[in-house]
Design a protein. Structure first.
Length: 412
């Protein structure tokens, strides 16, 4: 056997050794753990692992198990391609000098993994709601990536150059730079994004995906962040007042009607001593968010997972968890189920109709008792078909992505 070293990567070329032919095993070393090259469209074998939860007995599917940092797309954005065939995630496994991440697609059929961005990847991808496309900002340009064609070509091992799958929608003017998240309108005709203009000034913009026209919708006197589009209603976005901690008024809602009129207002009128965080849409008319209870001074308020009706202002609170309380929330469109996690990485399923709470899986932040550690933040999402909970975990490595059934048969 000959072992050569190229750019720090060992490559094994199997031959006949001691009378045995190993040539059929030429690529067995081609795993994420060993490979570190930035190669657009490259494919790798499955690294998934089925783990039985030691507390609940539920089977967990670990989608990644490499030594690198792997994480799902943030909880406010779609995780699955519209056809449900792939999950898109981020990893630093092809980073240079240990810095930088790329996006990868993992097949739900055989768990093979494909690299789908390369070089300076820019912002995180926003997947299409209906079309198998993705959008990102790079070098002040909005790029449309044809994911469907790329994944098809990768399956056939005929991947072209990255630019063959990209379309430049528009170039931002000088002084405007996406810095607070992007949201694809459900009609897939425009993108919303937040830009930080000064220390205490941000603006919300929209871009027409056909013409590339840029429109400023609203300026706000704070840092706008975590912008997300309503996955069911056109012209609606939610974003937050970002402080790096507690905000005076965390959640904000902006809508644009058919005439172009913009309405901007706070969502859920916070008390001065409430700590609101991790807001997500849950159905066309509702959002879920958390009111934190991890500090003694916060416990005089109602805390836990809250539901808020965007149309009526109705607020509903659900039971709190122990270990400092819930941290993130995700819900199904029909508002029957929600999932909340605790700082030590326990994920609970909440029945929002009868209040029943069930532990799905435990110990995904095994060394943490507070949010202020380096272990993975769950940032969990529920699949569009309501069958799976996708989340980040530090059970095996620093950060992997895993799935657990929302309704495991042994718990129902």
């Amino acid at each position: 056997m000959v072992i050569l070293l190229f750019s720090g990567i060992y490559q094994c070329f199997a031959q006949t050794v001691e009378g045995k032919d190993y040539s059929s095993r030429t690529n067995v070393d081609n795993t994420f753990d060993m490979a570190g090259e930035d190669v657009f469209g490259q494919r790798f074998p499955s690294e998934h692992l089925i783990i039985k939860d030691g507390v609940t007995g539920v089977n967990i599917t670990a989608l990644t198990t490499s030594r690198h940092n792997n994480s799902k797309i943030y909880q406010t954005h779609p995780q699955w391609t519209p056809d449900g065939k792939y999950i898109i995630f981020r990893s630093d496994r092809a980073a240079k000098d240990g810095r930088g991440e790329h996006a990868y697609a993992i097949s739900m059929d055989d768990y093979e993994i494909v690299q789908v961005t390369t070089g300076d990847t820019g912002s995180d991808l926003h997947l299409g709601w209906k079309k198998n496309l993705a959008y990102l900002f790079r070098d002040e340009q909005l790029i449309e990536l044809n994911l469907e064609q790329l994944l098809t070509d990768s399956e056939q091992r005929i991947v072209k150059k990255p630019e063959d799958y990209e379309r430049v929608v528009t170039t931002l003017p000088e002084g405007v730079r996406e810095s607070g998240g992007i949201g694809l309108d459900i009609n897939e005709e425009r993108i919303f994004f937040a830009a930080r203009l000064a220390d205490n000034l941000s603006a919300i913009y929209s871009i027409d995906l056909i013409s590339g026209d840029l429109k400023k919708l609203k300026e706000v006197p704070f840092r706008a962040n975590h912008l997300q589009a309503n996955p069911w209603v056109s012209g609606e976005i939610m974003y937050c007042w970002e402080t790096g901690g507690d905000a005076p008024q965390r959640m904000w809602y902006l809508s644009v009607d058919e005439s172009g009129k913009v309405n901007n207002r706070p969502v859920y009128d916070e008390k001065p001593d409430e700590w609101v965080t991790h807001e997500v849409f849950a159905g066309p008319d509702h959002i879920l968010f958390n009111v934190m209870a991890h500090l003694e001074r916060l416990k005089s308020n109602d805390t836990g997972i809250f539901s808020y009706n965007l149309r009526t202002g109705e607020v509903q609170k659900f039971d709190q968890a122990d270990r400092g309380g819930y941290w993130h929330a995700a819900g199904t469109r029909d508002l029957k189920w929600a999932v909340g996690d605790t700082f030590d990485g326990n994920l609970y399923r909440l029945n929002l109709e009868d209040g029943d709470v069930t532990l799905l899986t435990a110990a995904h932040r095994p060394n943490s008792k507070s949010p202020f550690t380096r272990e993975a933040h769950s940032h969990h999402s529920i699949s569009p078909d309501g069958k799976w909970v996708l989340f980040n975990s530090s059970m095996l490595t620093g950060s992997d992505i895993m799935m657990v059934p929302l309704l495991p048969p042994n718990l129902d």
